[in-house]
Write a protein that binds this ligand. Structure first.
Ligand SMILES: NC(=O)c1ccc[n+]([C@@H]2O[C@H](COP(=O)([O-])OP(=O)(O)OC[C@H]3O[C@@H](n4cnc5c(N)ncnc54)[C@H](O)[C@@H]3O)[C@@H](O)[C@H]2O)c1
Length: 342
């Protein structure tokens, strides 16, 4: 078993990383690190982890053989540098960094240390995403030429109710909007899936946006992607889909059109099917993320020295770059759009 340590005890650690690591037969969840002493102690107790640290040096010297970085993006570089100095392979949460220059420093640091760097693109490991990849590769719907990936939600809403009963801005959603908005935060997964399913890089992209909310980044965005193979993908992402409504909407769809059929996945209705001239095949419906599958792949990668289905640092950075440059292009072009009368 590989002794692994996790840096950052926040939301994604709690629901995504720590449960599969606690239950893993291939990793020994050995150490946690978070500057928040109360939080790291609480997580260590709940997930049965022997070593809990608020200082990274003690964490790096605890005997771990690999690290998962689940801290906020602005501290990823500092944490990766520590891992590289201690010879630790890294699985880092997306985005690698807040800008392309810093992301490249992360990639270069790990390359110089001759250590593997993978990024937490956990959607690839969901059963539905794996099935789509296999069907596309097997030619089940012929040549795939059109894809639509939709994730419209409210990012937990614009407001939250405080302990005093007063409604206030929900800071977590506000922070995601200030960091670049939904395409940079969530849409990177969809851009990555489209390229990975098709095995074909994006060669040209163009975004469109709407500003239901008052941030610089658009809170509802469409991103059009042309792939080298000739296929076209449209990614639609929203953080304002019912963001001020009491009852919520949620739309999560994958749709692939090929010369010989279609594949359609809807998260909310349990629909997942393959339609061809022979008829309709119902496919096994799953959730859209799978952290346990990602850690299995990480264990394989450490064993065989090959990424398998894991997203490498370079791939992750290309995807983030597409999402960021498209968002910047949409913000630039906003000046030429008609201003809504409010
Ligand atoms: N792959 C996914 O589906 C997915 C989902 C959610 C978040 N994320 C990504 O995961 C990362 C963390 O997101 P989150 O929502 O869990 O954030 P969070 O704010 O809930 O948690 C971050 C934690 O990191 C800790 N931290 C701060 N500085 C640190 C440091 N120097 N070293 C170690 N820990 C430090 C904080 O105290 C906090 O406990 C982000 O990059 C985010 O984009 C990915």
């Amino acid at each position: 078993m590989t002794k692994i340590g996790v840096m950052g005890c926040g939301v994604v650690s709690e629901y995504g990383h720590l449960p599969p690591l606690r239950d893993s037969k291939r990793f020994d969840l050995h150490a946690l690190m978070d500057p928040d002493a109360a939080r790291v102690a609480d997580y260590a107790k709940r997930f049965g982890v022997k070593h809990a640290y608020t200082e990274s040096e003690a964490f790096f010297s605890s005997g771990i053989e690999a690290a998962a970085i689940c801290s906020p993006a602005p501290v990823h570089l500092e944490n990766v540098r520590g891992c590289a100095a201690h010879g630790l392979p890294v699985l880092c949460e997306k985005p690698l960094a807040m800008d392309a220059g810093e992301a490249q420093q992360i990639i270069d640091t790990m390359r110089a240390a001759e250590l593997p760097l993978y990024v937490g693109f956990c959607y690839r490991f969901a059963g539905c995403a794996q099935t789509i990849r296999r069907l596309v590769r097997d030619g089940a719907i012929g040549q795939v030429l059109s894809l639509r990936l939709v994730y419209n939600w409210d990012c937990h809403g614009k407001y939250e109710q405080g302990p005093d009963g007063e409604w206030r801005i929900y800071q977590r959603r506000a922070d995601r909007m200030l960091e670049g908005g939904p395409m940079v935060d969530c849409g990177v997964h969809q851009v990555d899936l489209a390229q990975w399913w098709l095995d074909s890089p994006v060669v040209r992209h163009h975004g469109h946006g709407a500003w239901v909310d008052a941030y610089e980044a658009p809170d509802h965005m469409w991103l059009h992607l042309d792939h080298a193979c000739g296929a076209h993908t449209c990614v639609e992402i929203s953080y304002s889909y019912g963001h001020t409504t009491k009852e919520k909407y949620n739309e999560f769809v994958y749709e692939l059109i090929g010369t010989d059929g279609m594949i359609r996945y809807e998260r909310g209705t349990n629909l997942f099917e393959l339609r061809t001239h022979q008829g309709t095949e119902r496919l096994k419906h799953t959730g859209e993320k799978d952290f346990a599958g990602m850690y299995d792949a990480f264990a394989d990668a450490l064993l065989h020295g090959k990424p398998g289905d894991l997203c490498t640092g370079e791939e992750a950075q290309r995807v983030t770059d597409i999402a960021r440059t498209a968002t910047e292009q949409v913000i630039r072009e906003r000046a030429t759009k008609p201003t809504p009368v409010r």
